[in-house]
Design a protein around this ligand. Structure first.
Ligand code: PGA
Length: 253
């Protein structure tokens, strides 16, 4: 089963409208003609419409970084899946470690969001990953399995095939520390084994599992050469067109 690698820029809380227009235009030019790789960006909510309209008819997908699971209601400050599809985005990042650690999102809430995204035809990216303490206590696999089991609860194999799993060791996010390709591959292989238990081997073989955590142009190719690493969720290096395009080019052909 060959899976097209997927490189996604998670802009976090960065970029004004003017900066969004500049970055997506530069990116579109910089990765024009690169084959064998899918590219996507997740700007902040305020810039989604700008990014969607600037990338109309282009091959770079646009998604959100979070959403509330409800369609509407008295939830001050929240954004619903209906609003996201209305703006024209195609995917949503859910359960990012910053959402879990800073905003208190738990595994069950993330699962409700994943089910809601699927019900609204938004492609979920389900994030998982262990902290440094959990890795040192040999809990990596248990933590990742718990996060994924709750995040994928109640989903059938047919719907699961479109989900992207993002493995992001918390200790590697924004720190400059990257998991070695072997460390990352070991967890990715365990994740694919779990996906096979949940959804069967052929669905598991079709699902893309991204690595995230200090991915840069210089380390992307080696990480992506691992058999179960199907792309990257990129934070810091996605804020600059040259470095994000460098990652896309390192992975594509
Ligand atoms: P980083 O962030 O690339 O800056 O480490 C990755 C992420 O949080 O998705």
């Amino acid at each position: 089963m060959s899976r097209t690698p997927l490189i996604t820029g998670n802009w976090k809380m960065h970029k004004t409208l003017a900066a969004t227009r500049t970055l997506v235009a530069e990116l579109d030019t910089a990765i024009d003609g690169v084959a064998g790789v899918d590219a996507a960006v997740a700007p902040p909510f305020t810039a989604l419409e700008t990014a969607v309209s600037a990338l109309q008819g282009k091959s770079i997908a646009v998604g959100a970084q979070n959403m509330n699971e409800a369609e509407e209601g008295a939830f001050t400050g929240e954004i619903s899946p209906v609003m996201l599809t209305d703006v024209g985005v195609s995917f949503v990042i859910l359960g990012h470690s910053e959402r879990r650690a800073i905003f208190g999102e738990d595994d069950e809430l993330v699962g409700r969001k994943v089910r809601s995204a699927l019900a609204h035809d938004l492609q979920p990216y389900l994030c998982c990953g262990e902290t440094r303490e959990q890795r040192e206590a040999n809990e990596t696999i248990a933590v990742v399995r718990r996060q994924l089991q709750a995040g994928l609860d109640g989903i059938d194999a047919h719907r699961a095939a479109g989900i992207v799993v993002a493995y992001e060791p918390v200790w590697a996010i924004g720190t400059g520390l990257t998991a070695t390709p072997e460390q990352a591959q070991a967890v990715h292989a365990d994740i694919r084994a779990l996906l096979a238990e949940l959804f069967g081997g052929s669905t598991a073989a079709a699902m893309r599992i991204q690595y995230g955590g200090s991915v840069k142009p210089g380390n992307a190719a080696e990480l992506m050469s691992q058999p179960d690493i199907d792309g990257a969720l990129v934070g810091g290096a996605s804020l600059d067109a040259d470095s994000f395009a460098g990652i896309v080019r390192a992975v594509g052909s």
